[in-house]
Write a protein that binds this ligand. Structure first.
Ligand code: SF4
Length: 92
């Protein structure tokens, strides 16, 4: 089954985040960012306790997995609202 899906907001097609395409520097865990990140800042604004910017390379990554229900909610919000589907949750 194809992982791609239509993004009607932008009339562009993005694939879902790919756990085999994670950006570097992330701890092992459920949430991750993949190479589709366009450095828009949404996740860092939404969940600053968990997402940070790689200033040299210009992308966001998860630097700490959520540890509280509030952080979990904010990470899920970031995943749901990432404009290019670059945030994944492998559910483990
Ligand atoms: S919301 Fe998505 S595209 Fe924007 S910085 Fe975060 S991971 Fe990158």
């Amino acid at each position: 089954m194809s992982r791609a899906r239509d993004c009607s907001r932008a009339h562009l097609e993005f694939r879902l985040a790919d756990p085999n395409d994670k950006v570097p520097g992330q701890p092992a865990g459920r949430y991750y960012v993949d190479s589709q990140c366009i450095d828009c800042d949404l996740c860092r604004e939404t969940a600053p306790a968990n997402f940070i910017r790689n200033d040299e390379a210009g992308f966001s990554y998860v630097y700490k997995e959520p540890e509280t229900p509030e952080e979990e909610t904010l990470c899920k919000d970031a995943l749901d609202n990432c404009p290019v589907e670059a945030i994944g949750n492998d559910g483990t």
